[in-house]
Every structure is written in C-alpha cells, then in structure tokens.
Design a protein around this ligand. Structure first.
Ligand code: HEC
Ligand code: HEC
Length: 285
C-alpha cells in the first residue's frame, strides 16, 4: 500500500513537473507576428495533453500512437500542410490551421479537437516552432488568398453544370490520371479523351512528400478530409492537396470549369451508398 501511494505521488509530481515546466523564456516572431512566451508555453502544454501521442515530442509525427497509422501523422518539422487554403510553398493563415484542428480530417486518425479558443490558438502557434526555417522571422509572409468568380450555374443550371463537369473531369483536366473514371469509355471517346487506359476505373496511388503513397479518394465511396460543403470543395480544387500529387486548378482551368467540376464531384458524392451507385458500377464493368 505504502509503495503504491509513494509511486502515485511520484507520478503526480512527474506529471505536474511537465505541466509546470516552461520551455519558452522569450517571445518568438512567427510569420511577422510576435507570440509571447506565455502563449507558446500554453501551446506546449496543450500539445503534450492532446497531440504528442501521434505527432511526437519532436513534432516529427513519430509519437507512440503513430505506429502503423495510414496516413501517418503530419511531421510538423517539414512545415508543409496538405489541406490549407494557401498555395504550395506559401504559409497558411492561422484560421486555416484552426479550421483543420477543429474539424479534424475525417477518414484519418486526426480527430476534431474540441478545445478552448485560447488553447487552439496557442497550440497552433506552438506547432509552428517545430519548423523554424519556415515560420520564424519578420520576413516570413502568409500566402495570398485566391478568389474565384461567382457560380455561373446555380441550382437552375445544375444538370448543365454536372454534364460540363464530367467532361472537364475525364478529359480537359484529366483528373483520371490519378482518380478513377466514372464515365463509360464510349462517352469519354465522344468527348475527345483517351478512353483506352487499362487503369481507367482504378485509383492510382501517388508518391507524396510524406513518405507514403497517397490514395486519391473514390468520391462515391470515401470520406473526404477537408471538404464539408461546396465552398470548401471549391477551395480544395483551387489550392490542391500539397505534397500529395494533387495540383491546384486555379488559373490552370477556367473558374467556370472549376465550378462545373465541383458540381460533378458533388453529384458523385451524392451517389454514396445508393442503388444508383451500384447501377453505375455495374454499367462500367
Ligand atoms: C490519434 C492521432 C492524432 C492525434 C492525437 C492528433 N493528430 Fe493531427 N494528424 C494526425 C494524422 C494521421 C494526420 C495526417 C492526416 C492526413 O495526412 O490526411 C494529422 C494531421 C494534422 C495536421 C496537418 C493538417 C494538414 O493540412 O496537413 C495538423 C495541423 C494537426 N494534425 C494538428 C494536430 C493537433 C494540434 C493535435 C492536438 C490538438 C493533433 N493534431 C492530434 C493524427 C493525430
Ligand atoms: C496527379 C494526381 C491527381 C490529379 C491529376 C488530381 N488529383 Fe485529386 N487527389 C489526388 C490525391 C493523391 C488525393 C488524396 C490526397 C490525400 O488525402 O493525401 C486527391 C484528393 C482529392 C480530393 C479530396 C480532398 C479532401 O479534402 O479529401 C478532391 C475533391 C479531389 N482530389 C478532386 C480532384 C479533381 C476534381 C481533379 C481534377 C480537376 C483532381 N482531383 C485531380 C491526386 C490527384
């Protein structure tokens, strides 16, 4: 009994040491913003409480619970984020990281975190300190926000939008280089596309900058990580998924084509679990 009380006390002491330790003595300048030592210390404690199991003490994504996770937890020392609303190579805005941490990434081990706004802000600053070359200094600037033209279709032209999006998807933007096809070969041929690929109806895993192969989702089957509504889908299509092979499409295809392909992807998402999905797959066999 005595032994267990002593070891319990020891454990409490060790835990409180971690929680009272203040590794940051000074403020840091992160992307031009001065962040106080108190905030960074709060971020550190939040991180130890909720994030370290997966993202690891050194932020390299190698925490005790990271083993075998696919996709693996993000290595914060890379300073590269897949689902932010910033161009590749540009720094994201804090709201971006807040949104990702709040909503989590469905279909992965990254859960939504219901922590106070203060802790959310603090932990967001803290994870930047793992990538000082990317974040530290007055000269580091955030990315430009991309702006897309208004929706040229709207609900009344939805059918037209989906039809145009199907062609953009299979032919003009050739999303099927990585994603699977959902149209019949004859239809793709009619649109002037390459209808002969043997892997047309397969998902093609892509080399990533995160040491694993990223699997493009099947929109009629898989959960999407960062897409909850039309707006977040449009943002994703504009920026791409960084380091995972999925390019951004803003100024690569026209804004109207981005809207059209978004309508098309949403129509595929609507097939989830339906008899229509089964019928479509049957037809493509
Ligand atoms: C159970 C494991 C786990 C825990 C705990 C966890 N994460 Fe994650 N996190 C992941 C995984 C896995 C990914 C990568 C998902 C992917 O690549 O699609 C990730 C990705 C991220 C990303 C990158 C998003 C992007 O766009 O690249 C951020 C930021 C993040 N986590 C922050 C946090 C914070 C902050 C906490 C604690 C409040 C936390 N995570 C706790 C597993 C976890
Ligand atoms: C060069 C390969 C490639 C091309 C081309 C490509 N994608 Fe992707 N896409 C991917 C990969 C890989 C993922 C999964 C990324 C991950 O989760 O790590 C993905 C993910 C997505 C997602 C899900 C994002 C999320 O939040 O989960 C959407 C939506 C998407 N792609 C749409 C498209 C559309 C529409 C096109 C064509 C306009 C396209 N992609 C072209 C490789 C590609």
């Amino acid at each position: 009994m005595k032994v267990s009380i002593i070891s319990l006390l020891g454990l409490l002491l060790a835990t409180s040491c971690v929680y009272e330790s203040k590794p940051f003595k000074e403020s840091k300048i992160l992307a031009g913003e001065t962040v106080s030592a108190a905030t960074l210390n709060e971020g550190y404690h939040t991180y130890l409480e909720y994030c370290v199991q997966c993202h690891g003490e050194s932020g390299k994504g190698d925490g005790a619970a990271s083993k075998g996770l696919l996709p693996p937890p993000r290595d914060f020392t890379q300073g590269l984020y897949k689902f932010v609303w910033a161009n590749y190579g540009e720094l994201p805005h804090d709201e971006d990281l807040h949104r990702l941490i709040r909503h989590g990434l469905p279909g992965t081990a990254m859960l939504p975190w219901d922590i106070s706004d203060e802790r959310l802000k603090a932990v967001t600053h803290y994870i930047k300190t793992f990538a000082p070359e990317v974040w530290e200094g007055e000269d580091k600037v955030r990315g430009e926000k991309l702006v897309i033209g208004a929706d040229p279709f709207g609900p009344e032209k939805k059918v037209e939008a989906i039809a145009r999006g199907a062609k953009v998807y299979h032919v003009d933007a050739s999303c099927i280089q990585c994603h699977r096809g959902y149209a019949e070969r004859a239809e793709i041929k009619k649109w002037g596309g390459d209808s002969t690929a043997t892997d047309l109806y397969q998902l093609k895993p892509q080399d990533s900058e995160f040491n694993y192969k990223a699997l493009p989702p099947d929109f009629t089957l898989h959960e999407l990580r960062s897409v909850t509504d039309t707006d977040s889908l449009i943002q994703r299509l504009m920026y791409g998924v960084h380091g995972s092979g999925m390019p951004g499409w803003k100024d690569v295809i026209s804004d109207d084509d981005i809207w059209a392909v978004a309508y098309y992807v949403e129509s595929l998402r609507d097939l989830k679990g339906s008899a229509n999905r089964k019928a479509l797959l049957e037809k493509l066999k």
